[in-house]
Design a protein around this ligand. Sequence first.
Ligand code: ATP
Length: 245
Amino acid sequence: ETAPPLLSVDNIEVVYNDVILVLRGLSLKVPKGQIVALLGSNGAGKSTTLKAISGLLRTEDGEITRGDVTFMGERINGIEPDRIVRRGIFQVMEGRRIIADMTCLENLRLGAYTRRDNEVKSDIERVYEYFPRLKERTGLAGYLSGGEQQMLAIGRAIMSRPKLILMDEPSMGLSPLLVKEVFSIIKKLNQDLGVTILLVEQNARVALSVADYGYIMEQGKIVLDGSAEMLATNEDVKEFYLGQG
Ligand code: ATP
């Protein structure tokens, strides 16, 4: 039989402030070693899905009121975000959320806060191999360009040595050239380090170009899923999510 997925989200319902129902029975699976894309239009509930997995929902008065989130065979809904990080799930937030008045290096060290091993230093070198530009920037992170901040946010995720990275809109605010660069690094991370990635994107085309599998959601539910190859050639997907060109 096939191995159980690294992450399994089963039929979850999420409510904000006890009243606003945003996820309405959403299910998805993320197999170990894959890049899975979660696509859909504005307000479909993509960010909410990531926050339900990372536990960050709690910080916004959101709650999983039905269903289960299972990671490595254990139910994790309702657990505090920092305990979820310790289990190996790291979320790269939308808008990057780096610490502006700390340096790059300090931001990277912060990513390793849950670790007790002695390899933090060599991991910093590894992040610099992926993102040479970050090594050259010795000033405060707040002065980095948008693209560099996104790289730093991903670098910080690497520093926590996660099993699963949740990425929220890595293309946001980046020029087409930088989008290409960031996504090729995401693919490389997945291939070199074997990190599993669940990726939320508005830019369906670029997401499907690196993903193995994709889900499309609308109004709090999955409406279509399949291999990235299949989705990229599906007529409905082309019409509604891939736009022209
Ligand atoms: P976007 O790409 O615009 O971020 P999304 O698919 O990620 O869209 P979510 O951010 O998950 O969608 O939002 C889904 C719905 O939940 C929206 O209607 C939004 O207004 C609502 N929502 C999100 N966060 C909260 C919150 N903290 N409190 C109340 N409602 C919220």
